[in-house]
Structure formats: structure tokens, C-alpha cells
Design a binder for this molecule. Structure first.
Ligand code: AMP
Ligand code: GLY
Length: 439
């Protein structure tokens, strides 16, 4: 059936998540063109029978006035914000004040990600299950609390998690097994300020244990719909060894999260957040990302993010048929009338990184294998750039995300790795065990 594609959309950001969002929007009904600001070497293509065209706009994701001016000048029907920084800086408030439709939470609603102490106090107030905690702005008081905890729990094993309150690019969380370790962590955050101003305040949490899972809900401020649960792999090496990264891969469905558990997450976590934020006068419109731990005592929230996960978005995008309609329903307040159209089956994402990531790494390495298509696979660019000679080269730590779909998870993984084996750049690193280990 022919469709009329009339709407222009703008995606803000330039990573793998934004490529995936742009791709899914281009494949949605009604979208005529997708702009990506600033985008990467993968976020531009010509229109096809199944997708609208996409092109890059050379504007930084934090240049709010220029982004608004672009949206106004080009009559953008919907702007979709990828990363958290523009949300924290109030891009949604600014677009709303100018009457421009935008998908994402306001600055006040973004506090759920921007301040861990805000999120913890909010959860406590609204009965949302989370680990016990205390919050401090004074180093000596926090240190005394850590030592006091050590006396209280002895002879039980000690376990606390010290978290910088503010945004720290996913690095501000230190899991500690001894009081000495915890004091060192506290010192680095509050005194040495290794995460800058994010460490003006700390949250100290009881350490809990269990498998982790991410559940993202889309909300229009009163209704929330949970997207399929996704599990990401944060550690850099196979067997979940090595440093934490932004994410080395992800997959869905997650074997230990059935539809009844997803429903419980909706009822015990997502809906109470949406209701509580509305009651405060700061309604939450956008994606609410809940990082959860499945403990022996039940599920617990580890964190909230106010945006799609990366690489979780690359795992969900190939499965959502009507992303544009869904995000529009959120902005228009009509989510109760929406049918989320999901492809049945599994999707997995393998992240290909530069050597050395998440530490220092080289850029500028030519990438081969990008000029062909792979069955059941979509390649999402993350850190790529177009060199002067037209060659696509590496440009960041996480370079590509290879997403494959299949009837089952093993089938999806086989499709991914068949493609990964054809893609090369110097000293490319990836994990072969995505979807095959516990967390
Ligand atoms: P967050 O950024 O708050 O999700 O924390 C990053 C990682 O730290 C999580 O994915 C967990 O692996 C770990 N973590 C955070 N909070 C706790 C906790 N209370 N107990 C145990 N591990 C935690
Ligand atoms: N993959 C975790 C995140 O996006 O925060």
C-alpha cells in the first residue's frame, strides 16, 4: 500500500544509539526525511522503497540555540534527543517554549538521571524498590558513615557502592568490598574530584547482588509502556572481565525476564515513577530507562536514565516497527491509544571497539567490510568518520554496533557474528560471548 511520507524529523546525537533511532524512524510510516545532528559516517542514506532518506547536520548536540533554529527553519515535525547532556541542559524546555515538538524529558524531569540522590529520595518516597542508601555533601561525615557501617556489619562481609551524585559518563560508580576500598573511592570522588562537579555529593548504597537487566518504558507523562527487556554486557572482556564500558553488546529477549516480570516492572517501577513525577508537577515524557537488579529479595532499581540506552537502542530498534508513531504518541499525550508494533523474535548487538577502549585508543583506522549487506543484520555506526579520501575510518572508542535478528537468540547471534567476521579495522576488539554469559 503506498504511503504518504510527509514529516521531517531531527535526531540529536552522533553515536550508535542515534544511528539506530534514525534508522527506525526512517523505516516508520509518515517520515519523509531524517536529519541527524551531528551524526556520523553511517547516518546518511538515500531514500528506498522501505525507508526515508537521512542526512547529517553539522551542529553539535549541545548547541541548543542552533538546534532549535534548525528545527524551526526546516519545519521539523519531531525532534528526538539521543544523549542525556542536552536533556540535562534543558533542550526540551527550550523547544517547548518555542512550540516545537520534541521527544524527551524536561530539565526538571531529567533529574532522575542527573542526580542520583534525587532519584534515591524519589524512590524512597514512592515505595519503588531500591538498595538502602545515605547521601552526603561532606567528606568527613561520609567517611565516618563508611567506618561506622564497617563496625555494624562485622563479621558479615562488607559491601557498599560509592556513587558520584552527578553525570559521570557511566563511570562514577565504585563497588567496594572493604571499608578501606570504600574510603579510597570516597576520597577520589569527593576530594580528588576525579569526576569533577559530579562528586560534590555522593550516594553510598548497600551492595546488593543478582542478575542485571535494563527495562525502558516510553511515556506520555501519564501512561507508560515497557519495551522488551534488554541485557547489556558492560565489561570489556569475555567472561565479564575487565573494566566497565558504555556497553560491549546487548540482547533481547532476556531468558530470566518473562512477561509477568516485565509487567511487575511496569507496576512496581515505571508507573509509580510516572505518577510520582506528574504529582510533583514535573511530568515525565520520554524514555525512562530503569537499570534493575534481580535479587533474591525481588527486583531493585540500580539507576534511572532519561534516554535510550546505548547499545540497548541498537538492539530494540530493529524490532520496533512504528517508532515514529510511538514517540509522537508520547509527545501528543495519546499513548493509551497506541499499539506498539513489535517484530517477534530475538535481536542481539555486538559492539566493535578500538583497541585500548575504554582507556586511550587510536582513531583514523580504515574500516573494511562496510560496503556490503549481511543477511538479517543492520550495521549501526557509532564512532566512525569519513576521511578526505572517502574512506570510512574509526573515530571513537565504540566504533560499530552489529545488530542481528532471528527467530531465536542463538540464530540472531549467528547472524551477528557472521557479519562481524567480515568487518575489519586494525586491532578491532569485540566479545564473542554476547548473549552467552549470565550478565
Ligand atoms: P549504575 O550506574 O548506578 O547503574 O551502576 C553501575 C553498575 O554498578 C551497575 O550496573 C551494577 O553492576 C553496579 N551497582 C550499582 N549499584 C549497586 C548496588 N547497590 N549493589 C551492587 N552493585 C551495584
Ligand atoms: N548501556 C548503558 C547505558 O546506556 O547507560
Amino acid at each position: 500500500m503506498p504511503t504518504t511520507r510527509s514529516d521531517k524529523v531531527l535526531v540529536i546525537g552522533g553515536g550508535g544509539r542515534e544511528h539506530a533511532l534514525a534508522w527506525a524512524l526512517a523505516h516508520s510510516l509518515d517520515v519523509a526525511h531524517v536529519y541527524v545532528a551531528p551524526g556520523n559516517a553511517g547516518t546518511h542514506w538515500a531514500a528506498s522503497d522501505t525507508a526515508a532518506a537521512a542526512s547529517n547536520v553539522p551542529l553539535a548536540a549541545d548547541d541548543l540555540p542552533a538546534l532549535l533554529a534548525f528545527a524551526q527553519a526546516n519545519q521539523i515535525a519531531l525532534t528526538v534527543v539521543g544523549p542525556e547532556q542536552p536533556l540535562a541542559a534543558g533542550i526540551v524546555d527550550r523547544f517547548q517554549a518555542a512550540g516545537m515538538p520534541i521527544f524527551g524529558p524536561t530539565q526538571a524531569a531529567s533529574e532522575l538521571e542527573v542526580s542520583k540522590s534525587f532519584a534515591k529520595a524519589f524512590m524512597q518516597q514512592h515505595g519503588i524498590p531500591t538498595a538502602a542508601y545515605a547521601s552526603f555533601t561532606d567528606y568527613e561525615a561520609a567517611r565516618a558513615y563508611l567506618l561506622e557501617r564497617a563496625r555494624e556489619v562485622a563479621p558479615q562481609p562488607y559491601g557498599v557502592v560509592v556513587k558520584a551524585d552527578g553525570l559521570a559518563a557511566g563511570k562514577g560508580v565504585l563497588v567496594c568490598a572493604t571499608a578501606a576500598e570504600a574510603v579510597t573511592a570516597l576520597h577520589s570522588i569527593m576530594v580528588e574530584r576525579v569526576f569533577g562537579a559530579a562528586g560534590e555529593r555522593v550516594v553510598i548504597e548497600e551492595r546488593i547482588a543478582g542478575a542485571e537487566v535494563s527495562v525502558m518504558g516510553v511515556s506520555d507523562g501519564s501512561t507508560v509502556i515497557a519495551l522488551p527487556a534488554v541485557r547489556d554486557h558492560k565489561r570489556v572482556y569475555e567472561g565479564d572481565e575487565g573494566l566497565n564500558t558504555g556497553g560491549m553488546g546487548a540482547f533481547t529477549p532476556v531468558p530470566d525476564v518473562d512477561s509477568s516480570l516485565l509487567h511487575t516492572v511496569e507496576q512496581q517501577v515505571l508507573q509509580p515513577v510516572i505518577d510520582g513525577m506528574a504529582a510533583r508537577g514535573t511530568p515525565y515524557v520520554g524514555v525512562l530507562y530503569a537499570g534493575l537488579m534481580l535479587t533474591e529479595q525481588g527486583l531493585r532499581v540500580l539507576e534511572f536514565n532519561c534516554r535510550f540506552g546505548d547499545p540497548e537502542a541498537q538492539t530494540l530498534a530493529p524490532l520496533i516497527r512504528n517508532l515514529y508513531g510511538t514517540l509522537q504518541a508520547c509527545v501528543q499525550g495519546t499513548l493509551t491509544r497506541l499499539d506498539l508494533e513489535l517484530l517477534q523474535g530475538a535481536c542481539a548487538t555486538i559492539v566493535l571497539t578500538a583497541p585500548g577502549y575504554p582507556g586511550t585508543y587510536p582513531t583514523g583506522a580504515p574500516i573494511s567490510g562496510l560496503d556490503r549487506s549481511y543477511p538479517h543484520v543492520t550495521l549501526f555506526h557509532a564512532g566512525t568518520a569519513l576521511a578526505a579520501d572517502g574512506q570510512i575510518v574509526t573515530n571513537a572508542g565504540r566504533v560499530l554496533a552489529v545488530s542481528g535478528i532471528g527467530a531465536t537468540l542463538p540464530e540472531a547471534l549467528d547472524h551477528c557474528y557472521a557479519a562481524v567476521d567480515q568487518i575489519h579495522f586494525k586491532d578491532m576488539h569485540f566479545r564473542r560471548d554476547i548473549g552467552r554469559t549470565k550478565r
